[in-house]
Design a protein around this ligand. Structure first.
Ligand SMILES: *Cc1c(COP(=O)(O)O)cnc(C)c1O
Length: 372
């Protein structure tokens, strides 16, 4: 395989462009501080992880072994009940959330999904795919679910079992819905038939390392959990992890002769490369490395919040959040730093690769643009 000269030039130009824009990316929750060049040789194989990673497969060019280690690692971090969980590596949290909602619908076909106003934009689409009844719950100003609104709404819909879609780190404000509070509300109302899915796409990569940790995992009452792999951990290819209680998954698997496996996943052919990437990250960082990344990112976020405030900008963040929220700066600054914005505010997300120097440069730009 070789390229014409003009095509090679196009490719080279794209690389230069990426190197240029990457240093000014502080608005999206993706870590860049990785080096997976040791995995380059594996790009020479057509890896495919079709089917259930815990079952044998006829096609032998799969990385199921690594995928199992990755999901087992996250099962421990999310305090999943021993041997009573199942999971796989997905294409990202949209798929992980779709999977959690799919399980919920199979278990509670008459259920109503409750999710807050601050939920990710993909939730509406997933609910539409699954044709599930749903009710949007108000958010508090910090982006967290308004538990009073949840309680009042549950009270008047007692005929249908609730499926709670909780956010563990909302997209814009990194607010975390407290699933122990939610569980208490359900207990209070004597609602036994229920399902709790946690969208931990953003915070799932580091929630276990926060002190104190938020109420978000299986011991806290989750039935399934979604975590993005390309966000906090860092991956050149979007990917995610979904975990669920095993007894829920056992309701849906179907044996498929063609692949010689069980069809428990959403996609047929599945990425065999991203499990290697996640495995490499987990093995090279270890728990200690992840803890350090979390502390470093929290320190950068605290620095950014403080420096913006010193500049007279009304910046704030949720407790133990890596996301700093502030009024949207002038357009040229917003564009240059790729700042996601909504309703007049923007955020910067202090992923592990973000340095205090980048924060200083952003603030300089805001000052020069007359935005402070
Ligand atoms: C990023 C994100 C998603 C979607 O995840 P993808 O991996 O981009 O599909 C869903 N929910 C939240 C809260 C997110 O931050």
């Amino acid at each position: 395989m070789s390229l014409a000269r003009s095509d090679q030039i196009q490719l080279d130009r794209f690389r230069d462009y990426l190197e240029d824009v990457a240093v000014r990316e502080i608005g999206y929750p993706v870590a860049f501080d990785f080096d997976y060049s040791a995995l380059a040789p594996f790009l020479s194989f057509s890896l495919n992880n079709a089917g259930d990673p815990f079952m044998p497969m006829t096609y032998l060019l799969n990385s199921h072994e690594f995928e199992r280690e990755v999901v087992s690692f996250y099962a421990r971090l999310t305090r999943a009940p021993q041997d009573q969980w199942w999971g796989y590596v997905t294409n990202g949290s949209t798929e992980s959330n779709l999977y959690g909602l799919y399980l919920a619908r199979e278990l509670l076909p008459d259920g109503i999904v409750y999710f807050s106003q601050d939920s990710h934009y993909s939730v509406g689409k997933n609910l539409h795919f699954l044709n599930m009844r749903h009710i949007m719950i108000r958010s508090r100003p910090n982006g967290e679910m308004d538990y009073d609104d949840l309680r009042e709404t549950l009270k008047i819909r007692r005929d249908a079992p609730p499926i709670i879609f909780a956010n563990i780190g909302t997209t814009m404000k990194e607010a975390r819905d407290d699933i122990s509070v939610i569980r208490n509300i359900l207990d209070d109302l004597a609602i036994e038939s229920r399902y709790v899915h946690c969208d931990a796409a953003l915070s799932g990569g580091y929630a276990a390392f926060l002190d104190p940790p938020p109420a978000w995992d299986f011991e806290d009452g989750a039935d399934s959990i979604a975590i993005s792999g390309h966000k906090f951990l860092g991956s050149p290819i979007p990917c995610g992890i979904v975990l669920a209680r095993r007894r829920h998954v056992e309701r849906i698997g179907q044996s498929v002769a063609y692949i010689g496996s069980v069809d428990t996943t959403i996609s047929g052919s599945r990425n065999g490369y991203t499990p290697l990437v996640l495995w490499y990250a987990i093995k090279s960082l270890g728990i200690e490395g992840m803890r350090q990344r979390t502390e470093h990112s929290l320190a950068t976020a605290a620095y950014a919040e403080e420096q913006l405030q010193l500049e007279g900008i009304e910046a704030w963040r949720n407790p133990q959040a890596l996301t700093v929220v502030f009024p949207t700066p002038p357009e040229e600054v917003r564009e240059k730093w790729q700042l996601a914005s909504a309703d007049g505010y923007s955020h910067l997300i202090c992923m592990p690769h973000i340095s205090c120097r980048q924060v200083d440069e952003l603030i300089d730009d805001i000052r020069q643009a007359g935005g402070s």
